[in-house]
Design a binder for this molecule. Structure first.
Ligand SMILES: [Cu+2]
Length: 216
C-alpha cells in the first residue's frame, strides 16, 4: 500500500505551495530556476528588483495558500541587498487550514525599527509538522505614503494562533486545535505516525509524509 502512494506523493513535491500576493513578491518562485524549498528567498534574486511601499508601523500581507493546511511565519530584515532576516514578526505559532487567501490586515512591526525610506525584505515561511519549509520574499520600502490594498481578503482559509488555543485547552484539545492532523483521505500508516500512532519506515516513509502534506 505504501508503495502505491509513494510515487504520486514524491511527484507532487514540486507543485502547488503558495504565492505571496501582497506585498508583491520579489519574483515568480514557480519559475524554472526558482524553488520555494530554497532558503531564504526561493532562489529568486533581486536582479529585477521591485519594491512595494509599506507603512512605517507595519502593513497588510496577503498570501494565497494552495495546501490543505500549513503553519506560517513572517520575518523581516532591514536593508537593501539581501538583508539578514532577523526580526520575527509572528512570534506565536500560526496555523492555517484551507486552500484560499489569507489576509493579515496589519502585521505590526516594533516601534522605531523602521524609518522613512528604509528598504527591507519581508520573508514568508510556510512549514509543516515535519519542519519542511517553503520560502517567498517581498522587497519593500517603508513609507508614510504607503497605501494598503483594498482587495486583501481572507477567503477559504481559517487561521488559528496555536499558542492562544493552548492557553485555553488541555493537551488533547490542543492537538485538534492545530488543524494539522491529516484528514481521513490523507491518513496512512506513515502519515499518522507523525502524531505517534505508528512507525515510519525510514526516509521513504518520511518522504511520503512530506509528499502528502504538500499535495494540492
Ligand atoms: Cu506545495
Amino acid at each position: 500500500m505504501k508503495s502505491l502512494i509513494l510515487l504520486p506523493a514524491l511527484a507532487s513535491l514540486a507543485t502547488a505551495h503558495y504565492d505571496l500576493v501582497f506585498p508583491e513578491w520579489r519574483g515568480d518562485s514557480f519559475a524554472d530556476d526558482a524553488s520555494q524549498w530554497i532558503y531564504p528567498c526561493a532562489n529568486v534574486t533581486q536582479e529585477k528588483s521591485n519594491r512595494t511601499l509599506w507603512p512605517l508601523d507595519g502593513g497588510s500581507v496577503n498570501i494565497h495558500m494552495h495546501h490543505p493546511w500549513t503553519y506560517y511565519a513572517i520575518n523581516l530584515g532591514i536593508g537593501t541587498v539581501e538583508p539578514a532576516l532577523t526580526v520575527a514578526l509572528t512570534p506565536e505559532l500560526r496555523n492555517t487550514t484551507g486552500n484560499g487567501t489569507l489576509c493579515i490586515p496589519k502585521l505590526s512591526i516594533p516601534a522605531g525599527l523602521a524609518k522613512e525610506g528604509d528598504n527591507a525584505t519581508l520573508q514568508v515561511v510556510t512549514f509543516d509538522n515535519m519542519g519542511a519549509a517553503l520560502y517567498n520574499c517581498a522587497d519593500i520600502t517603508f513609507s508614510s505614503k504607503a497605501v494598503n490594498p483594498t482587495d486583501c481578503k481572507t477567503e477559504g482559509v481559517k487561521e488559528v494562533i496555536v499558542g492562544a488555543e493552548a492557553a485555553n485547552s488541555t493537551c488533547a484539545d490542543n492537538a485538534d486545535a492545530t488543524g494539522g492532523a491529516p484528514t481521513p483521505t490523507q491518513s496512512t500508516g506513515a502519515a499518522s505516525s507523525v502524531f505517534g500512532e505508528g512507525r515510519v519506515a525510514g526516509v521513504l516513509g518520511a518522504a511520503a509524509v512530506v509528499g502528502l502534506a504538500m499535495l494540492v
